[in-house]
Design a binder for this molecule. Structure first.
Ligand SMILES: CC(=O)N[C@H]1[C@@H](OP(=O)(O)OP(=O)(O)OC[C@H]2O[C@@H](n3ccc(=O)[nH]c3=O)[C@H](O)[C@@H]2O)O[C@H](CO)[C@@H](O)[C@@H]1O[C@H](C)C(=O)N[C@@H](C)C(=O)N[C@H](CCC(=O)O)C(=O)O
Ligand SMILES: Nc1ncnc2c1ncn2[C@@H]1O[C@H](COP(=O)(O)OP(=O)(O)OP(=O)(O)O)[C@@H](O)[C@H]1O
Length: 504
């Protein structure tokens, strides 16, 4: 799209630009991070650089580099006085906007032709269960029409794998829009987008036209970023305000808040009356079964997953699939063939002791994961868990407490400490565990090296025990202060098992 046309169509009269005329050039890309530029960019992909004022740094610091690498225009909030100090101001036009994040999303959506409008688009938000619900829904829709998935556990283009966006749930707007455009280009007809509270608060999800919005549940999380629970809840409620129909968990304590903001409501639940309701839930080895009540009729339902909370995820996915036009009988049949979510309750070994990899990294999720596994354990339940650096320090002690309460033995370890001191994070986990009755050296241990922690847990395990490796799930890197290691939790588990002479 031509630069002048893109700027006018995306930013409208709110944007003003410097004295330089806009060059007659075809824009191919919107960039907000110079770290993604490669030397070949200027030749192949003329781009707009959006210089965002972030929490850590002002993106204008990188504008000169962007211009040197071929940015055909720079967009940002700088005033004309500030612009006068830009050394590169004669090399590229500067477009001033009132909100850099809003501009970023609008430019990306316009450049890629508003792909969400061409897709049946479903957003999934909530504290826990987003990835599971989104992946379940993708599986149900995919049985009916080719469907894309954008989730923490990866992108899927129909049945094909489309890679991971690092540790992000919702990447920045250009990546979101580019992914949706790839769905359209590939002939997909629906999109399931895991939509995080950061994504809403930082406007990464602006310019997405949601047909349906699903809320899984809500408990305090990411308060370091949002400041208060109210802000966190309000960020998620943007989905309800925007989606044509909202699919809400009637059993969630915050149901009324979200219902008040929704445009049209469909409910699901187990305890309270709901449009999609599960009763007679039975937890079997490796599966859940229940009676589904919907529109005055009752149906048997089966999901090959453990953890009774997954009934909620399945109800939300069923409700959304049927709202999208999938016949209920077909959706129920498909539910029974769900292959699972990578790194979510993934069973690596069953005997002589079991080993499971799961992504649970919040206190409620860890509590529920341990409670879900407990009925399957004849001996001891052993957990390996850590807490990330630069994220949510308030959840560390509760995580330690949840491990001490829910498991018999715990090994606390690193989990992406980033710039923080791993020992200091371990001290917070330890304090939480001790507060919940845990005893250092008897019921829990501190092992800063994750690989060693996994080995220790595997060494502790005896026949009939179950080892849960929590927190890393599907992730492919382990972030330390000075290095980012490639990581594969399942492979690490297999290696530790092999050292004990177990496994294939
Ligand atoms: C709090 C948060 O989400 N921060 C994200 C945000 O940071 P920021 O706005 O403060 O930006 P900044 O780092 O100050 O940089 C300012 C600008 O300069 C640019 N820059 C910066 C350095 C450089 O060399 N060149 C450059 O161009 C940046 O791209 C940015 O445009 O924009 C950055 C650039 O895209 C992100 O890397 C950063 O993600 C942080 C590191 C992050 O990990 N966020 C996580 C917590 C997150 O978003 N998580 C949610 C929820 C996950 C869940 O559901 O649990 C998610 O959706 O993934
Ligand atoms: N409905 C639910 N209620 C409570 N806990 C859940 C629910 N669904 C999943 N969990 C737990 O939370 C963990 C994470 O699940 P999932 O990845 O689906 O959530 P998420 O919201 O996508 O998390 P994230 O955004 O951090 O990826 C699971 O491994 C499980 O232990």
């Amino acid at each position: 799209m031509k630069l002048a046309h893109l700027i006018r169509a995306a930013l409208g009269p709110d944007a003003t630009w410097s004295h330089l005329p806009l060059p007659e050039v075809e824009v191919r890309r919107i960039v907000q991070d110079t770290r993604e530029l490669t030397p070949s960019d200027p030749a192949t992909e003329p781009f707009i650089f959006v210089a965002r004022r972030g929490a850590a740094v002002d993106g204008h610091r990188f504008a000169a580099r962007a211009v040197a690498q071929g940015a055909v225009a720079v967009v940002g909030e700088a005033t004309p006085e500030e612009q006068a100090s830009f050394a590169w101001r004669h090399a590229a036009p500067y477009i001033q906007v009132p909100d850099d994040r809003a501009a970023l999303a609008q430019l990306a959506a316009t450049l890629y032709g508003h792909p969400s409008r061409a897709l049946f688009t479903v957003g999934v938000t909530g504290t826990d269960g987003k990835t599971t619900t989104a992946t379940l829904l993708h599986h149900l829709l995919q049985g009916d029409r080719p469907t894309g998935l954008l989730s923490t556990a990866g992108v899927r283009l129909g049945e094909a794998e489309g890679g991971l966006f690092g540790h992000f749930t919702t990447p920045e707007a250009p990546e979101v829009q580019r992914t949706l455009a790839a769905f359209v280009a590939r002939g997909l007809r629906a999109a399931v987008i895991e939509s995080s509270s950061h994504g809403f608060a930082q406007r990464r999800l602006d310019a997405i036209d949601y047909d349906l919005g699903i809320l899984t549940n809500l408990s305090p999380e990411h308060l370091d970023f949002h400041g208060t629970f109210e802000n966190y809840r309000a960020a998620k409620a943007q989905l309800m305000a925007r989606a044509r129909t909202s699919i809400l968990n009637a059993d969630d304590p915050n149901y009324a808040y979200f219902a008040a903001r929704a445009r049209r409501i469909i409910t699901y639940g187990v305890v309270r009356a709901a449009t999609w309701r599960a009763t007679e839930v039975r937890e079997l080895p490796g599966a859940l079964e229940w009676r589904l009540t919907h529109a005055g009729r009752s149906y048997p339902a089966r999901l090959p997953m453990v953890g009774s909370y997954n009934v909620y995820n399945a109800l939300a996915a069923l409700a959304a699939a049927c709202e999208a036009g999938v016949p209920l009988a077909g959706a129920l049949a498909r539910l029974a063939t769900f292959p699972g979510v990578p790194g979510r309750m993934q069973v690596v070994q069953t005997a002589p002791f079991a080993l499971v990899v799961d992504f649970a990294h919040t206190p409620p999720a860890l509590e529920k994961a341990l409670a879900a596994l407990r009925p399957q354990v004849r001996g001891k339940l052993i957990v390996v868990v850590g807490a990330a650096g630069e994220r949510d320090p308030g959840k560390r002690a509760p995580l330690g407490a949840a491990a001490a309460r829910g498991a018999d033995l715990a090994v606390f370890t690193e989990e992406d400490a980033r710039s923080e001191d791993p020992e200091a994070i371990l001290a917070q986990l330890r304090a939480g565990a001790q507060g919940a009755g845990g005893r250092l050296g008897e019921t829990f241990w501190l092992e800063p090296d994750r690989r060693a922690a996994i080995r220790r847990a595997v060494t502790l395990a005896e026949a009939g025990d179950l080892v849960l490796l929590a927190g890393k799930g599907h992730e492919r890197t382990l972030e330390r202060r000075d290095e980012t290691l490639p990581w594969d939790e399942v492979a690490e588990a297999r290696r530790a098992l092999a050292e004990r002479g177990l496994g294939p």
